[in-house]
Design a protein around this ligand. Structure first.
Ligand code: GLA
Length: 418
């Protein structure tokens, strides 16, 4: 990224479009609440999850190796805490209904102890349905029993994935009644929330129902610490940009203890370029999203580790104010987002959605006044680590799919906004 000193382009030449379409309704729904999960996940959970890289093949060894790497790579020191096993760990239930892990996970308690011995926490996955998405055993009819089992193993995080509940319960009990289907879904999430709280163990509760029924409106009252806002992410620019920029409008629902979850990170996966990896990580930080790495940690390249452990970007994600960023404006395929931070600071991110090189001859001109800022701003470029000045109409040259992310410690705001 380069900041260019150039005269502002005449406003008339700019195709300005504010495309912040809110996907949400204005009112929170009244839902029967689950007991409070106060004190858990006061900043967005950070850690790693097995699904995005290992998928169906994850083993006990992969989880141990990943835990080891979180420590040795410096990720633990940077804040990554949860080591989460996704789907496909489940085995069969015995005659008493007790669920056992399958042969790839010989002893969950021993594995949990190992992860804990590293100073990390461990997460697990289930479904309110009889079957998970990968057709393994779900928790339907065994919610309390499973919650107690997780607690006895020392589990610290549960991702609860709707999947089999749709076919087995919603479609069967209320085939032509979408409202009743949503009520059944909410009740299922509340039920497991109560079961988790009843264990007395502080278990982070993660809803995965792909954003159905405006989940952000009712999930906090139902006991969620985080909730997926949409479908599955993939390791491509298209997937990351589509999901990430679509979060605009959800910012009012996030806060300490309850977060929008655009899905786990793909940083380091697929064929993402370094710029795309940076943009992905920056956008998730602007969104106050959970930072659950999903890459092959034992084989992580140094440049990927550097992205995942960028302390300045992580500090934005983990900011104690807990306010999710929002799209300030967009222009062509450039998006400008801001996030208010503790102590009156502010993060600004400029994302270039265009393909490679398109802005090298046509720099983008940043409007500070559209961000509510007045005059020259002193900041820190969070990817170069250098101090930068942002001026009104500043020309910014970004490679395709790259980002400029700046922290302004003391923003100078317009008089009307002071
Ligand atoms: C769903 C979820 C994914 C993953 C898989 C596992 O697709 O959205 O994140 O948990 O199930 O089967």
């Amino acid at each position: 990224m380069r900041l260019l000193v150039a005269r502002p382009i005449a406003a008339a030449l700019l195709a300005v479009s504010c495309v912040a379409v809110s996907p949400v309704g204005a009112q929170r729904k009244a839902v029967p609440s689950a007991p409070s999960s106060a004190g858990i996940a006061m900043t967005p959970p950070m850690g790693w999850n097995s699904w995005n890289f290992f998928g169906h093949n994850v083993t006990d060894k992969d989880v141990r190796d990943s835990a080891d790497q979180i420590v040795s790579s410096g990720m633990k020191d940077a804040g990554y805490t949860y080591v989460n096993i996704d789907d496909t760990w489940e085995g069969e239930r015995d005659a008493s209904g007790v669920l056992h892990s399958n042969a790839r996970f010989p002893d969950m308690k021993v594995l949990a102890d190992y992860v804990h011995s590293k100073g990390l926490k461990i997460g697990i996955y289930s479904s309110p349905g009889p079957k998970t998405c990968a057709k393994f055993e779900g928790s339907f009819g065994h919610e309390e029993q499973d919650a107690q089992l997780y607690a006895s193993w020392g589990i610290d995080f549960l991702k609860y994935d709707l999947c089999g509940f749709r076919q087995a319960v919603m479609n069967v009990q209320a085939p032509n009644d979408p409202a009743e289907q949503m009520r059944l879904m909410q009740a299922a999430y509340i039920k497991m929330g109560k079961a988790l709280r009843a264990t007395g163990r502080p278990i982070v509760y993660s809803f995965c129902e792909y954003g159905w029924d405006a989940v952000w409106e009712w999930a906090p009252a139902a006991g969620a610490n985080l909730w997926r806002t949409g479908g599955d992410i993939g390791p491509t620019w298209q997937s990351i940009a589509l999901i990430g920029f679509r979060q605009a409008g959800l910012e009012q629902y996030a806060g300490p203890g309850h977060w929008n979850d655009p899905d786990m990170l793909e940083v380091g996966n697929g064929k993402l370029t370094l710029a795309e990896n940076r943009t992905h990580f920056s956008l998730w930080a602007m969104l106050a999203a959970p930072l659950l790495a999903g890459n092959d940690l034992p084989n992580m390249k140094p440049e990927i580790r550097d992205i995942l452990t960028n302390r300045d970007v992580i500090a934005v994600d983990q900011d104690s104010l807990g306010r999710q960023g929002s799209r300030a404006y967009s222009e062509g395929q450039v998006e400008v987002w801001t996030r208010p931070l503790a102590g009156g600071a502010m993060a600004v991110a400029v994302f270039n959605e265009l393909d490679k090189g398109r802005y090298s001859s046509h720099p983008f001109h940043l409007s500070l006044s559209k961000l509510g800022l007045h005059g020259t701003q002193e900041g820190k470029d969070l990817w170069t680590g250098k101090n930068v000045q942002l001026t009104e109409g500043q020309a910014i040259e970004l490679d395709g799919h790259d980002v400029l992310m700046v922290r302004i410690a003391r923003p100078i705001v317009k008089a009307s906004q002071r």
